[in-house]
Design a protein around this ligand. Structure first.
Ligand SMILES: C[S@@+](CC[C@H](N)C(=O)[O-])C[C@H]1O[C@@H](n2cnc3c(N)ncnc32)[C@H](O)[C@@H]1O
Length: 201
């Protein structure tokens, strides 16, 4: 018998193919969104939670919720608020959903969706850990949809041209900063083609 056939036959082969297919799916979606499903560690989450207010008015969104760890932390922090994790990549989203079925978090929801298509008008706070190109696309959406005073906390990358009201770089949060912004301008209802477009906060 060929020893290679022994190695790849049976349940091990099924497991190997499943793992490979899962890995490929994760890579395919990371290429599609431009953001890998890299989770925030507990130290980063602690700093992000610290930069958020004690209470918020509205839904708390994790835009690009990945495997769900940050969204679970938000749901614990804000038990009276709805917390919504939005994630496009199927496997991280499925994993987060499975975790949610095993744990009781009545205020938490994971939506498999394109974050740019989500309505954020009911947001009380927004968190994200994305890549610069996605942040650039997201900034005008946040400016247009979020109510003035809404806190936005971002890990690792800043929003171009938005002055943060805090930027924290600590050993606890790793080598990249955590930024907090506060949306201060009312959403634009009627675009003025003659006006310049300053920063969104
Ligand atoms: C770096 S992970 C962060 C995960 C989680 N927020 C955390 O902090 O642990 C970013 C996630 O955003 C998701 N993502 C990126 N662009 C997206 C988009 N346009 N719509 C939905 N999800 C997106 C990626 O699939 C990835 O899982």
């Amino acid at each position: 018998m060929n020893p290679i056939e022994v190695v790849i036959a049976g349940p091990e082969a099924v497991a190997l193919v499943t793992l490979l297919a899962g890995g490929l799916l994760i890579v395919a979606y990371a290429l599609r969104t431009g953001v890998p499903p890299m989770p925030t560690g507990s130290g980063i989450r602690a700093v992000m939670l610290r930069l958020l207010p004690a209470t918020v008015d509205g839904t708390v969104y994790d835009l690009g919720s990945g495997w769900g760890g940050l969204a679970f932390a938000l749901a614990r922090r804000y038990p009276s608020n709805r917390v919504v994790g939005i994630e496009l990549s199927p496997l991280p989203w499925l994993f987060a959903r499975a975790m949610l079925m095993l744990r009781r978090y009545p205020n938490l929801e994971f939506r498999r969706a394109e974050l740019m298509a989500a309505s954020l008008s009911d947001a009380g706070a927004v968190v994200c850990y994305l890549m610069p190109a996605t942040m650039r696309r997201l900034a005008p959406k946040l400016t247009a949809e979020l109510r003035p005073g809404t806190p936005v906390v971002a890990y690792s990358f800043a929003f171009d041209g938005w002055p943060p009201d805090a930027a924290v770089l600590e050993a606890e949060s790793g080598p990249m900063p955590v930024y907090r912004y506060t949306v201060t301008r009312a959403p634009t209802v009627t675009p003025d083609p003659g006006a310049s477009s300053p920063a969104g906060t």
